[in-house]
Design a protein around this ligand. Structure first.
Ligand code: F6P
Length: 553
């Protein structure tokens, strides 16, 4: 069989080389100058789609840079790769899988057959099961073993089987059923499970065991602990009313003792970090109800349609990806900070960490060759305004440049007076401050107006000067709703996809998490005494010895 020709290194492409030359010409241009030179910069550098607005004008790019970035996107095959994903080609090469999270949110009747599987029929079938089950729990007709309705839901899962549902339940708490308390246990650390079990009652608690593979060590241990805790009060026959499972692995669910009737399946073409749209979103559907869950899917679908159809220049995920690529490549930005100015998005940065870093934290191309440029940046962040009082100092005056994504809703979902204006004022003020900075002369004028002596002014000027010229995006929505949350997540999914195409990495595998898992199994056996201590390095040996001594004491 003829192998396809390897994709050329990104640095060998004509558009990359043009970009490199152009970036050098912009190196000493300040964002203030770019704004001064073009009064229409905001309107020409904003994109609207699926209920979101992206303002990327506060990035150190001009129209030429954007044009060249789009040339690069075309040269790297973003359009063909995008179509390959949507149509179910096996673009996850190392696992021989299609990548079809977009099919989970496509409207009923969207025909797609992959490897003989009628994707639409299967997706709709599971959605109907999710609807029937969540309706019953929410209307109180699903009863616990003593005949009481369910009032606590505990989702047991980790990674994509935790981060998505937890983030979305928090984000949509204004739409939630107040009668259902949502809990999430992910960590193998027993403190996590213990803290949750201490708050719930076995008679009225429903556990969702969420695991794509149903072999993840943390989730299996937590699920067994929850089962043992339940059996202190209930009996084996009662488990069916209190344990449901979400997985691709039916046999493992049955082996665990959960009835197949209580199983909500999904498929290997849904990556863990892209799975909140599948039955992994069961906790979300329980919390907000099936109607709002459907709106959540519809919001993501609207972004999918935009991503698939809009020309690259007006394509929000493409623009976000290309500006991010520019910052990573030409401004040497090793991290991106996510700053949602919305408390309900408090887990959004954590969610994006897995989405982006597990997808594009790669060092070899799909052809197995080292990538010749830096790939995925570190993603981190926290909500404004809290972040302002914690680490924004470094972002304003530190020596590294960290691009920031500001995310805000124009209207709040509460009606407390005064708060929302204060919140938005801070959000816009920060993006302005990062962009403009404050020159030494401006600092001098301020201090002179305060009447400070000249020698004190000169001593203070370097400390009070802000370089500015720090890139940021602002993403606005009218309100944080199930629909806009769906669109926002899909925006970042597609951004991640586009960057993966540029770097020619497989954004859909995660082999990097395996080595630690294997070593942990080995060390666990040494800690429990099932295996004799092996020859590790002196540090690992020393740490194991300390843990064994503490256990024996
Ligand atoms: O170890 C990483 C990972 O495979 C993630 O990609 C995934 O989201 C998480 O573990 C949980 O996996 P599972 O849903 O199979 O338990």
């Amino acid at each position: 069989m003829r192998q396809p020709a390897p994709t050329p290194a990104i640095t060998a492409t004509a558009s990359f080389q043009s970009l490199q030359a152009h970036s050098a010409s912009l190196r000493d241009v300040h964002l203030r100058q770019l704004f001064a030179a073009d009064p229409a910069r905001f309107s020409s550098m904003t994109v609207d789609a699926a209920g979101l607005l992206l303002d990327y004008s506060k990035n150190r790019v001009d129209a030429t840079a954007m044009g060249l970035l789009m040339d690069l996107a075309r040269e790297r095959g973003v359009e063909t790769q995008r179509e390959a994903m949507f149509t179910g080609e096996k673009i996850n090469l190392t696992e021989h899988r299609a990548v079809l999270h977009t099919a989970l949110r496509a409207p009923r009747g969207t025909r797609l057959v992959v490897d003989g599987q009628d994707i639409d029929a299967d997706v709709q079938d599971v959605l109907q099961r999710v609807k029937a089950f969540t309706d019953k729990v929410r209307n109180g007709s699903w009863l616990g073993y003593t005949g009481k309705p369910i009032c606590d839901i505990v989702n047991i899962g980790i990674g994509g089987s935790d981060l998505g549902p937890k983030m979305a339940c928090l984000a949509l708490r204004s739409y939630a059923n107040p009668g259902l308390e949502m809990h999430f246990v992910s960590n193998v650390d027993g403190h996590d499970m213990e803290a949750t079990l201490s708050k719930v009652d076995p008679e009225t608690t429903l556990f969702i065991v969420a695991s794509k593979t149903f072999v993840t060590a943390e989730t299996m241990l937590n699920a067994n602990t929850a089962r043992a805790w339940f059996l202190l009060e209930g009996e084996e026959k009662d488990l069916a009313q209190h344990f449901v499972a979400v997985s691709t692995n039916t046999q493992a669910i049955v082996d665990f003792g959960i009835s197949p009737d209580n199983m909500f399946p999904f498929w290997d073409w849904v990556g863990g970090r892209y799975s909140v749209w599948s039955s992994i979103g069961l906790a979300v559907a329980l919390s907000v109800g099936f109607e709002y869950f459907s709106d959540f899917l519809a919001g993501a679908h609207a972004m999918d349609q935009h991503f698939r159809q809009a020309p690259l220049e007006q394509n929000m995920p493409v623009v976000l990806a290309m500006v991010g690529f520019w910052n990573r490549q030409f401004l040497d930005c090793g991290s991106v900070s996510i700053a949602p100015y919305h408390q309900d998005l408090s887990r959004f940065a954590a969610y994006l960490q897995q989405l982006d870093m597990e997808s594009n934290g790669k060092r070899v191309t799909k052809d197995g060759m080292p990538v010749d440029v830096p790939t995925g940046p570190v993603i981190w962040g926290d909500c404004g305004t809290n972040a302002q009082h914690a680490y924004f100092q470094l972002l304003h005056q530190g020596t590294d440049i960290t691009p920031i994504d500001f995310i805000a809703a124009l209207r709040a979902t509460h009606d407390l007076p005064g708060h929302h204006d204060a919140l938005l004022a801070n959000c816009f003020a920060q993006s302005e401050a990062f962009m403009t900075g404050k020159t030494g002369d401006e600092v001098r004028l301020d201090l002179q107006a305060q009447g400070l002596p000249e020698n004190e002014i000169e001593a203070l000027v370097p400390h009070k000067t802000f370089p500015g010229n720090r890139p940021s995006n602002t993403i606005l929505m009218d309100q944080l709703t199930p629909t806009t949350l769906g669109a926002l997540i899909a925006l970042y999914e597609h951004k991640t996809f586009v960057q993966g195409v540029l770097w020619n990495v497989n954004s859909f595998d995660q082999w990097g998490v395996e080595l630690g898992k294997v070593l942990a199994k080995k060390i666990q056996a040494e800690l429990t005494g099932e295996a004799r201590p092996d020859h590790h390095d002196s540090s690992t040996n020393g740490l194991i010895a300390l843990a064994k001594a503490a256990k024996a004491a």
